[in-house]
Design a protein around this ligand. Structure first.
Ligand code: PLP
Length: 443
């Protein structure tokens, strides 16, 4: 399978990312280690921007920081002219601490707390993507208390659901997110939203799915949203200035995946927008998107050290690494597939089929089933590709395993952007109440 971004196999037969030899990275920073190819992240950001510039539309590319929210990533997003989508006070705090301009932050979520709304209002963020009636009322109240008017989009479930190669047009009323287009609640919410004195309605948002490899789902969503916009104008005199079509652009995890070039997704969205709004003589709204996985996913590689193996003749050979579901829960959660090579012997021929197990106390803690590799030895370095999105972001301390470090690599330089957790950090929030310390039952 082709390598991603700046990754190559160097003269030593080692994987090299961003000009840095993976074996050297392991000796400097240890394993497990998340390595991010900074040039590839920047390239993706530029591809999205250039595709929109080519369309001539007004736009914002809001990086969905849920995919990988750390301060260094927010700095890159800012430098590349992206906006930022956050879904919690933690992601908002990360962005603000990184100096990300608040006006380019959009706040998502189906149950934002009062404290989160207050924090975001206080920071003067650019937009709230309002998910439900409760939030509409609450945000209006909280904005009034601060003497502010909050820009909002309403999250709509448009009745289009897309995943990989399938997209289906459904009623989709059964979703925890947003106002349903099919049952009239979206229309009702738009009318109510435009009546609040401390809310300014910019338009609507939809997110149709993840790992999408076709443009049809996006085209259909744009069509439904634009028809809705036109109807709201014609029947209620409410005009939208923004249409947000969410994220979901696919990436290559394994050779089975064939994502489209970024510019094809954007060209299809832009064409659909232009056609639908022009035909109704509607001023074309600003188009926002929210790519997460496609901005950082294939830029990430996780390096592990191989430890024990268990060979069950005629059944399977398990090869265990020093991480697992704690640093990458996606295979256990969604049966997600990954590809990997031996980073220290990348030119050796494959000799055996093995399954990569994590070190957690959980049978489901498997990273890859049936992977072709050279004969694997303890101490080998396994590089698992496309781990940039929803890996560090979803990492846990299960089994009190420490979260790995993250390094950004570029032009031969490697910089830590998240330190490896220490053992002290593992217990730093633990408290043993005084009454437990008084007596010991042990005789
Ligand atoms: N926007 C919304 C509302 C989402 O729920 C998600 C992912 O769950 C995204 C954007 C980012 O999606 P992706 O990482 O697939 O681009």
């Amino acid at each position: 399978m082709d390598l991603h971004g700046t990754s190559i196999i160097n003269d030593k037969g080692h994987l090299q990312i961003g000009g840095c030899d993976a074996v050297d990275l392991v000796s400097r920073f240890g394993t497990p280690l998340y390595v991010v190819d900074e040039a590839l992240v920047r390239l993706r950001a530029r591809q999205f921007n250039e595709a929109f510039q080519a369309s001539g539309l007004k736009y914002q590319v809001a990086y969905a920081s849920k995919a990988f929210s750390v301060m260094a990533m927010c700095v890159i997003a800012e430098q590349e002219g992206l906006s930022l989508d956050v879904v919690s006070d933690g992601e908002l705090y990360t962005a603000l601490q990184a100096g990300f301009p608040a006006q380019r932050i959009h706040f998502h979520g189906n149950n934002k707390t009062i404290a989160e709304l207050d924090m975001a209002l206080h920071a003067d963020i650019g937009c709230f993507v309002v998910d439900n009636y409760y939030e509409l009322e609450l945000l209006n109240e909280r904005a009034a208390l601060q003497g502010k008017t909050a820009n909002i989009l309403l999250r709509i479930t448009p009745g289009v659901e897309a995943h990989t190669h399938d997209y289906i047009s459904t009623g989709q009323a059964d979703s925890k997110f947003g106002f349903d287009l099919g049952n009239g609640s979206a229309e009702d919410a738009i009318i109510r939203a435009s009546g609040y004195s401390h809310l300014s309605l910019l338009g609507v948002h939809s997110h149709i799915g993840s790992q999408i490899f076709e443009v049809e789902g996006f085209k259909l969503a744009v069509e439904k949203l634009s028809q809705f916009a036109i109807r709201m104008r014609d029947q209620h005199d409410i005009a939208f200035t923004v249409l947000n079509v969410g994220g979901g652009f696919g990436i290559r995890y394994t050779a089975e995946d064939s994502p489209l070039p970024v510019k094809e997704y954007i060209a299809a969205i832009a064409d659909a927008v232009i056609t639908n709004f022009n035909s109704a003589k509607y001023d074309i709204p600003e188009i926002w998107i929210e790519p997460g996985r496609s901005m950082v996913g294939d830029a990430g590689t996780t390096l592990y050290t191989v430890g024990s193996t268990k060979d069950i003749p005629g059944v399977r050979k398990y090869v265990a690494v020093d991480g697992g579901m704690t640093d990458n829960p996606r295979p256990a959660l969604y049966q997600s597939k990954y590809h990997a090579i031996l980073a220290n012997r990348a030119t050796d021929s494959n000799e055996e089929t093995v399954s990569i197990a994590g070190k957690c106390c959980e049978s489901g803690d498997m990273l890859i089933w049936d992977l072709e590799l050279p004969k694997v030895n303890a101490g080998d370095v396994l590089a698992v590709f496309s781990t940039g999105a929803y890996n560090y972001a979803m990492a846990s301390n299960y089994n009190r395993i420490r979260r790995p470090a993250v390094v950004f690599v570029k032009d031969g330089e490697a910089d830590v952007v998240v330190e490896r957790e220490s053992l002290q950090q593992i217990t730093c929030n633990d408290v043993v109440p005084a009454r437990l310390q008084k007596t010991s039952l042990a005789k």
